[in-house]
Design a protein around this ligand. Structure first.
Ligand code: SAM
Length: 214
């Protein structure tokens, strides 16, 4: 049985990164309310539009969790092949059980090169949907490996990220807004949107499409 411990405690507690994603998925049924959230946001619709607009054939959804957004993308982009990947093997087992027709792989983004080589594919698009705060400790190596993978196909990185009005509390040393995030990454910006979330007073959603420079 799932316990009632708050999923946040496994992720970031008292402003410090915990990162116990596997333990979280073993103990919490639906962290981040993924079952409800998968389709309910502008940035998620924007991701569909970008996959279509940039004609992305093979797309890796990195940090796919329980696979609901992977499933949403595959349903709305039938000409593309969407592959979900997550650091937590339990999340991947659950995603495979929920969506047996889709492809899911377990792996840490910081090992992206080895994962792509062992699974034998090169993505035209890599989606980071609401994962930025959880990969900050390895962000530079992850961006380097993402860049290498995308340069090999001419592909793009699609980032969906919620930011907070009045500034971010966690991860401030990296970026606190969409603009600062784009500056930090330093790639060419092909598209960007910003929309209010349902809770307009505290946060807003962003969708950014970036192409690495050689
Ligand atoms: C907030 S959930 C996002 C789920 C999904 N992408 C969505 O938008 O609904 C963040 C996910 O990132 C995963 N994650 C965190 N660090 C990761 C890493 N280094 N490599 C792959 N996945 C990671 C976590 O296990 C978690 O499932």
């Amino acid at each position: 049985m799932a316990n009632t411990k708050d999923y946040h405690d496994y992720v970031i507690k008292d402003g410090k990164f915990v990162g116990a994603f596997e333990e979280m998925y073993q103990n919490v049924e639906d962290p981040w309310h993924q079952t409800e959230e998968a389709a309910h946001s502008y940035s998620r619709m924007d991701t569909v539009n970008s996959i279509r607009r940039f004609h992305l054939g093979t797309v890796l959804e990195a940090g796919c969790g329980l696979g609901h957004f992977t499933n949403y993308l595959q349903a709305h982009c039938p000409s593309s092949k969407i592959i979900g990947m997550d650091i937590a093997p339990t999340a991947i087992e659950k995603a495979k059980a929920s969506f047996p027709k889709l492809s899911f792989i377990a792996g840490n983004l910081k090992d992206l090169d080895a994962i792509l080589a062992s699974h034998g594919f090169a993505p035209d698009g890599i989606v980071f949907s609401e994962i930025m705060w959880y990969i900050l400790q390895d962000l530079d190596v992850i961006l380097e490996k993402t860049k290498k993978a995308l340069l090999s196909t001419g592909g793009v990185l699609l980032i969906n990220q919620v930011f907070y009005h009045g500034g971010q509390r966690y991860g401030r040393e990296f970026f606190t807004t969409q603009e600062e995030m784009m500056d930090y990454i330093g790639w060419d910006v092909l598209a960007r949107t910003r929309s209010e979330t349902a809770d307009v007073t505290s946060s807003y959603e962003t969708h950014t499409v970036l192409r690495p420079r050689r």
